[in-house]
Design a protein around this ligand. Structure first.
Ligand code: ADP
Ligand code: MG
Ligand code: ZN
Length: 481
């Protein structure tokens, strides 16, 4: 019988914190500045400078630790991780090693299942520690062609490294884990989670073992993956590669590999023998980091409702499907927007459909977030109110919505100025219906002799004559008479 394998995966995710200044100096962290504009003697590592910890970064890391069920250590320590690379001016990175800020947490991940309820999976966290980012080497389009340029704007930007236990069992679980972590840090407001700008990067550790075995196999570490799609593809490739290797009588060797997203393959970067010896030692320029119980409790008290809890509540309170709740809670501001519209309009179902199908579609087309929506909560609620009261029909509401989106005008204003109020009194509709039946004697005869599908034709005629303003239920009823 062919051996069946099981994948074992652990992720190390680097999350860039959205503090205004860097981890150990006052330089700006703003993305996209002129190369080396955001630097100072400290992050340039000029002689004689000393680092000073950014309190907000510690605060953000504590919040993340609590939200991921970690134990926050009252005392932690920074360490020097020594390696030589041109974009690391000090020739060491200040990180945390033996005493990290937080340990022993977990993240619950909801893995979607095609056509069914999602499967909830708990992934334990080994630790969360803080460290500074390195700069960037630019090898392409360098001035004069034959040179590499260094941009140190990113050097010293605060990161959290979130290390999972090897609890993940499939590529889909891995990308969902990463997505969940991104949602959490965005809910907390501690990171923008912007993947394009590298705010979330992951190293994926992958091994395989015969199904049923309780021993771990030799792992390979795939470095620096910066999208959910690539995480999944890199791991899929790596599992296949390892399986083929083992089935062929070979052995997986512990090494670091890189994912080539163009070719869809991983390639060896360095083997264990060439692995770095970082010669970690405690950072002598910084005191041990002490956080008080009060600080931790303050952060705990200010924790928002987290995505998974909110998703569950939306399903219960608003009758959402998993997919609806997932869409509407993917972003804290969007979830707030939805709840405000549902409340204002008094119609959660309509709010769900309109936000999900109309508003999000428009925003997505333009790559806008909910905060940039030209349609305010008040305007959206008002529109759904007009619809619920029957002042306007569903079809007109779509036109009004399109105009609201374009112009930012209030729905009442649009409805009034364009005379779009729904005609819902029988006295006005009946004559139009009679007129339409008279004008089409052939169809009327066919309808009477049983071709009832023709009702739609008559309804269409009446709607045309009333510019879509007649109440469709009423039109149907009168025509049938
Ligand atoms: P390093 O810091 O050298 O990368 P760690 O021991 O800290 O090594 O492990 C890093 C990551 O590797 C963790 O996320 C862990 O879950 C994962 N990991 C450890 N052993 C295995 C294994 N056999 N297969 C897959 N992942 C593993
Ligand atoms: Mg590692
Ligand atoms: Zn600086």
């Amino acid at each position: 019988m062919a051996t069946e394998f099981e994948a074992v995966i652990g992720l190390e995710v680097h999350v860039q914190m959205s503090t205004k200044s860097k981890l150990f100096c006052g330089c700006s962290t703003k993305f996209g500045a002129e190369p080396n504009a955001n630097t100072c003697p400290i992050c340039l590592a000029l002689p004689g400078v000393l680092p000073k910890i950014n309190r907000t970064a510690v605060d953000f890391a504590i919040r993340t630790a609590i939200a991921t069920n970690c134990r926050v250590n009252l005392k932690s320590r920074f360490a020097r991780k020594n390696y030589f690379y041109p974009d690391l001016p000090k020739a060491y990175q200040i990180s945390q090693y033996e005493q990290p800020l937080a340990e022993h947490g977990h993240i619950d991940v909801e893995v979607p299942v095609e056509g069914g309820e999602p499967v909830r999976k708990r992934v334990r966290l080994t630790r969360i520690h803080m460290e500074e980012d390195a700069g960037k080497s630019l090898h392409e389009n360098a001035e004069g062609g034959n040179a590499s340029l260094i941009d140190l704007n990113r050097a010293g930007v605060p990161l959290m490294e979130v290390v999972s236990e090897p609890d993940i069992r499939s590529p889909a679980e891995a990308s969902e884990y990463m997505r969940t972590l991104r949602e959490i840090v965005r809910y907390l407001g501690v990171s923008d989670g912007n993947m394009q700008e590298g705010s979330l990067r992951c190293d994926a550790n992958v091994s395989i073992r015969p199904k049923g075995s309780d021993k771990y196999g030799t792992r390979v570490e795939i470095k620096n993956i910066n999208s959910f799609k690539f995480v999944e593809r890199a791991i899929i490739y790596e599992i296949r590669r390892q399986e083929a290797l083992v089935l062929d009588g070979g052995k997986v060797v512990q090494e670091t590999r890189l994912f080539d997203s163009d070719q869809g393959v991983t390639r060896s970067m360095r083997s264990k023998e060439e692995a770095h010896d970082y010669r970690y030692f405690p950072e002598p320029d910084l005191l041990p980091l002490e956080v008080s119980e009060e600080w931790i409790e303050k952060c705990r008290g200010e924790l928002p409702e987290l995505p998974i809890a909110r998703r569950e509540r939306f399903r219960k309170d608003y009758g959402h499907s998993f997919e609806e709740a997932s869409t509407l809670t993917a972003d804290r501001q969007l979830a707030d927007y939805f709840e405000a519209v549902a409340k204002k309009s008094g119609d959660a179902r309509a709010a769900t459909n309109w936000i999900k199908n109309e508003l999000l579609r428009e925003l997505n087309v333009q790559g806008k977030s909910i905060e940039e929506s030209p349609v305010s909560v008040d305007a959206m609620g008002e529109l759904l109110g007009l619809l619920a009261k029957g002042t306007i029909s569903g079809k007109i509401a779509k036109d009004v919505f399109a105009e609201m989106y374009q112009t930012g005008k209030k729905p009442e204003e649009i409805v009034k100025s364009k005379g779009l109020v729904q005609i819902a009194d029988e006295g006005s509709i009946r004559p139009v219906c009679e007129e339409v039946v008279k004008a089409n004697p052939g169809q009327a005869e066919q309808y009477r002799s049983g071709k009832t599908a023709l009702l739609g034709f008559f309804v269409g005629q009446v709607m045309k004559k009333t510019q879509g303003k007649a109440n469709p239920q009423l039109v149907n009823q009168i025509l049938q008479e």
